[in-house]
Design a protein around this ligand. Sequence first.
Ligand code: NAD
Ligand code: UDP
Length: 306
Amino acid sequence: MKILITGGAGFIGSHLCKKLHSQDHSIICVDNFLTGSRDNFADLTDKPNFEFIEHDINKPLDINCDQIYNLACPASPIQYQKNPIMTMRTNVLGSMNMLDLTKANDARILQASTSEVYGDPSEHPQKESYFGNVNCTGPRACYDEGKRAAESLFFDYNRKRDVDVRVVRIFNTYGPNMLKDDGRVISNFIVQALKGDGITVYGDGSQTRSFQYVDDLVDGMIAMMEGDQIGPVNLGNPNEISIGELASKIIELTDSTSQIVYRDLPKDDPIKRKPNIGLAQKTLNWQPKIALDEGLKKTIEYFKNL
Ligand code: NAD
Ligand code: UDP
């Protein structure tokens, strides 16, 4: 199969490229390096059946393929808030370009949507049927509302233009290939702990997230692409932890002398987040396998070697 992966030089995209390439597919990786890196796919560069195209998906692309995984979009709050208009444009215009390309090829496309469509949720854990609680004028809106608009486009292209779509809602994911200055919590804490710097907990650290290791996510995305249902389907690890506890855990696992330092909680930062993954368990026969401690150890090793 010929598979196009947008955002393939990014954290999740690079793992997806590697996994699908190892399954003997022909991979076309597209990225504009906004938050990605050539290093992330360095071990594939010279391999047969791997092609990299430097391209911004906001411009149309003419290429033959059977499947598209649409991951192009900065995912770290710090990164997408640096480029809010570009973030919205990529979610709307970029998604339309990829949907048009899917139609032209009579292919199938999977959208990497997000738990951020639930905003600061009043339902806990979050099920796919929950409509969400998003501030459409706040600093996170470019991403949250952008991803919500992208979902609308995917479902309208399916209903009106018969495009074969899949939508997954990804919850916080971590692992090797995150940029060390990416700004997300796990990469920040590990790098700070390894350097002996202060661990920057925003707010009082009581806010929660549920973290999944990237290998689990990649398996879920492929299962969704190969399956029959359109979605949306949550992909995440329901093991919820407060950010304060996460900081202590990373200090312990790195054997670090770092101390916790408290910083202001960013505006609209969700207070709690945990996926209900019943739908994925039932329909994809998928559930995460890698526990937080195990995944953190692998990620710590990666950052140590950088
Ligand atoms: P990332 O920032 O590491 O990767 C995104 C990639 O997209 C980068 O390589 C970037 O250069 C590229 N990109 C951005 N805009 C582009 C454009 N206009 N044209 C071409 N390439 C472009 O982020 P990630 O964590 O790997 O996330 C990948 C996808 O998964 C994103 O769509 C994100 O919204 C989604 N997601 C991630 C998480 C998570 O916890 N990591 C959670 C929910 C959803
Ligand atoms: N966070 C933190 N310190 C950091 C980075 C993030 O306390 O150095 C917090 C952030 O406020 C949020 C949680 O960790 O409550 C997860 O943040 P991240 O940016 O990784 O992802 P989000 O789920 O907010 O998109």
